[in-house]
Design a protein around this ligand. Structure first.
Ligand code: KG4
Ligand code: ZN
Length: 357
């Protein structure tokens, strides 16, 4: 089975071809990612309008490259998958419409993939992880703990009530004048900083649920920085180290709660799986390893280029869905919001319905 996957929900224009063999194993034939980082750097974050335009300009070429590198013609594809949300709607439209055009012209099934589902299923592409497993997804746009029970069967155990973890790293970097994207820059500074110098809060710590809150931490950091301004290089390093330590402590506590919820409802997970750009952070990886040992499960951290946004994860999710006959019609809509969790999705629908009454 050969599937083309297209990803345009944020600031990466990406396309890939993935092959799924009869035994269920996946193989990446091509995986082309064009990052728009430089176009957004001046603004310290992703500008939706700039992102959408950049996707329009680049996507055709990125798909052509992915097809050429995979060495297959469109006729050889078994399906065309695109991330249909959640994400910045301009970009989502570009990717989904392109996929629809290819599917229509080549008479191939279309698979509208939830971007979060693609992150969730990546561990099955890289490590053939079996269900059910516990996913920790931490990126610039999402912070979630999810019970992955099967294809299309996800239960959100925890989420952030405000900022995503990656977003908190990015905002910290912006505040300290480090640049964008902030995660790697904050981590680099933290390496030679004193994590004990500033006492920052650990929001939500000790709660029974598995939710996160990051915005208070960010504000506390700003107040500490303002108190000692102007900042020396060592001040910046110490602030970064203190911030990163607070995040790590929060991740341990919230994931521990998430894993407890998982075990109570579904028994032991086959693995703790990490996804999203924040999984690149070594301090975060260390605590994930510690937690996995603590609960006696395997830790699966896909290679970094598959943790961050890419086309291979969309193509793979397409393979998984196509195998089960879960295909979409050409009138499927792009979605800015699209909860992964069926219950959460239903709740959202009810709330929307209520709002119209
Ligand atoms: O998954 P991703 O590439 O894109 C989405 O947001 O979907 O994640 C990017 C996020 C950014 O917020 C970036 O600052 C963060 O992941 N990040 C990191 C590190 N590398 C990337 N955060 C902390 N430490 C890092 N080393
Ligand atoms: Zn993502």
């Amino acid at each position: 089975m050969l599937v083309l996957g297209i990803e345009t929900t944020c600031d990466e224009t990406a396309a890939a071809v993935v092959e799924r063999s009869g035994d269920g194993r996946g193989k990446i034939l091509s995986n082309i990612v064009l990052s728009q980082d430089s176009e957004h750097a001046a603004f310290g974050g992703v500008v939706p309008e700039i992102a959408a335009r950049a996707h329009v300009e680049a996507l055709d070429l990125i798909i052509a490259k992915a097809m050429a590198q995979a060495g297959c013609g469109y006729f050889a594809l078994d399906g065309v998958a695109a991330a249909a949300g959640p994400g910045l709607i301009g970009g989502v439209i570009v990717g989904l419409m392109t996929a629809k055009a290819i599917a229509l012209v080549e008479r191939k099934p279309l698979i509208a993939v939830n971007h979060l589902e693609a992150h969730a299923l990546t561990a099955r592409l890289t490590d053939a992880t079996s269900f059910p497993y516990c996913l920790f997804l931490a990126s610039g746009g999402h912070t979630q703990i999810v019970a992955v029970r099967g294809v299309g069967d996800y239960v959100r155990l925890g989420t952030t009530v405000d900022d995503a973890i990656g977003e908190a790293f990015d905002k910290t970097a912006k505040l300290l004048g480090l640049g964008y994207p902030g995660g790697p820059l904050v981590e680099k500074e933290a390496a030679h900083g004193n994590a004990a110098r500033f006492s920052l809060p650990r929001p939500m710590q000790g709660r029974k649920d598995a939710d996160f809150s990051l915005s208070g931490l960010k504000t506390a950091l700003r107040l500490e920085a303002e108190k000692i301004a102007p900042l020396s290089d060592q001040d910046v390093a110490d602030l970064c180290a203190s911030f990163q330590q607070a995040v790590v402590d929060v991740v341990i506590d919230r994931l521990r709660a998430g894993l407890r919820l998982f075990r109570a409802r579904y028994g032991a997970p086959t693995a703790l799986v990490a996804a999203g750009g924040v999984a690149a952070n070594q301090a975060v990886r260390n605590v994930l390893q510690r937690l996995a040992v603590e609960v006696g499960t395997a830790l699966v951290v896909p290679p970094l280029e598959l943790c961050t946004d890419n086309g291979a994860m969309i193509a793979w999710a397409g393979c998984e869905r196509l195998t089960l006959g879960m295909v979409d019609t050409l009138d499927v809509m792009p979605r800015a919001r699209w909860p992964l969790d069926n219950v959460a999705a239903a709740k959202g629908k009810l709330q929307r319905t209520a709002a119209y009454k």
